[in-house]
Design a binder for this molecule. Structure first.
Ligand code: GTP
Length: 393
């Protein structure tokens, strides 16, 4: 069910933002007396065996941040050496070995024939933190990621490409545990309740998922649970048609729980594999919405005490950090079991997904990367991290 591949070209806004920021940070403080030739990866291979590389790290520095990172700060000699060669920790990182080289981008650029480099010190880490926060990663996550990034790299001279690659590595590390496709159970019908604020992309996501399930040979029924808005029902019907999946509707304004019950009955009768229930997303009237959702759940449990088997929260990436509040709110209303993040194409706010993974550890089942039926990708942490940071594969 993976259609991965569109993300890299579509997440350009996020990567452009990070890239520009990183370029600016690195170029800000380039030492003019820097050695004339930064060794290329192949040249540097000869330096691997140099004894100073293996020296123990310097003891604790002066600033609080240095104290925090003291155990990972490399010695001066190492600071001058080529990253990736002198830092076996990076080179053997399991996230890196099978996919990309430690420093995948060319080093020689610009008028002087080499990329600008800057020592990774406290100032630079602070600037990196700010850049990540401005990319919607949230303060806690930005601090954690920069702290991890400093490990084994603090005091070294790094190019933008090296920082990007290291950032991608740290981001992928945060994202890896949550990259889990929507589980399919041996249960008929498997009930998937879809929640989220209006406009987050619930309808579109249901249509895209239905299409993928259908292509995978599953029979699917959709219930248009936002019965109070005729337009929402109409949209879902359009998506049902596109996906080739029946959509059950009820009279405008009727009880969504009763529709859910009827849909359960129908899905059972038809022997459907999956029942996807759309719901309203009126957060303005939170108490009503909470009551509506819990009633739907109560009613479908009369049919199957284990239902809903999944409660998927759909979030709009363009809302940035607001998505964090939405997870908090919806988790109070329903037992959210996983997330789908939509509209990752064309937004500079994709970093919020890193924040969500770090904060809630909820599975990320899929990501929306466009308005077409095939624009739903499985979530791949390495590809996402690479796309977000602008690392070329
Ligand atoms: N670019 C882009 N647009 C998307 C994506 N997912 C949904 N959209 C668009 O976002 C808008 C809202 O999507 P819907 O699926 O109608 O959202 P909803 O949550 O069902 O909203 P209501 O019907 O108002 O409850 C539509 O214009 C979609 O085409 C995506 O991954 N990328």
């Amino acid at each position: 069910m993976s259609f991965f591949g569109k993300l890299k070209s579509k997440l350009f806004k996020s990567s452009a933002k990070l890239e520009e920021g990183l370029d600016a940070i690195v170029q800000e403080d380039v030492a003019p007396e820097e050695e004339p030739s930064a060794p290329a990866i192949t040249d540097a291979a000869a330096q691997v065996a140099q004894p100073e590389v293996l020296r123990a790290p310097d003891p604790v520095g002066d600033s609080p941040r240095e104290h925090k990172r003291a155990q990972v700060a490399p010695p001066e000699a190492e600071a001058e050496a080529e990253p990736g060669v002198s830092a076996p920790k990076v080179a053997i990182d399991p996230l890196e070995v099978d996919t990309k080289p430690v420093d995948p981008l060319p080093q020689k650029t610009g008028v002087f024939g080499r990329a600008p480099r800057r020592v990774l010190d406290d100032d630079m880490l602070e600037q990196l933190e700010e850049l990540l926060i401005s990319s919607d990663m949230g303060v806690d996550t930005a601090v954690r990621i920069t702290a991890n990034l400093a490990e084994g790299r603090f005091g070294r001279k790094l190019s933008t490409a090296e920082i990007k690659s290291a950032l991608a590595e740290e981001i992928a590390r945060v994202m890896e545990p949550v990259a889990r496709p929507l589980p399919i159970y041996n249960k008929k019908p498997q009930v998937i309740l879809v929640v989220g604020v209006n406009g987050s992309g619930k309808t579109t996501t249901i249509g895209k998922l239905a299409s993928q399930f259908k292509k995978a040979g599953k029979s699917v029924v959709i219930a248009a649970g936002d019965t109070f808005r005729a337009a929402a029902v109409g949209q879902l019907q359009v998506w049902g048609e596109r996906a080739g999946v029946p959509v059950m509707t009820a009279a405008e304004g009727s009880d969504p729980a009763s529709l859910a019950f009827d849909a359960m009955t129908q899905a059972e009768k038809d022997g459907a594999d999956l029942l996807m229930i759309d719901t309203a997303g009126r957060l303005q009237n939170r108490a009503d919405l909470m009551e509506e959702l819990s009633k739907i759940i109560r009613v479908i449990r009369k049919k199957d005490p284990d239902a809903p088997h999944n409660t998927v929260l759909v979030l709009d990436a363009t809302t940035g950090q607001n998505a964090v509040n939405q997870v908090e709110v919806f988790r109070k209303m329903a037992d959210v079991t996983g997330l789908v993040m939509t509209k990752l194409d064309g937004t500079a706010k994709g970093g919020v997904l890193v924040s969500l993974a770090d904060k809630f550890a909820l599975p990320i089942h899929a990501i929306g990367v466009g308005e077409q039926i095939d624009d739903l990708d499985a979530f791949d942490p390495q590809e996402f991290a690479a796309a977000l940071t602008g690392v070329s594969a």
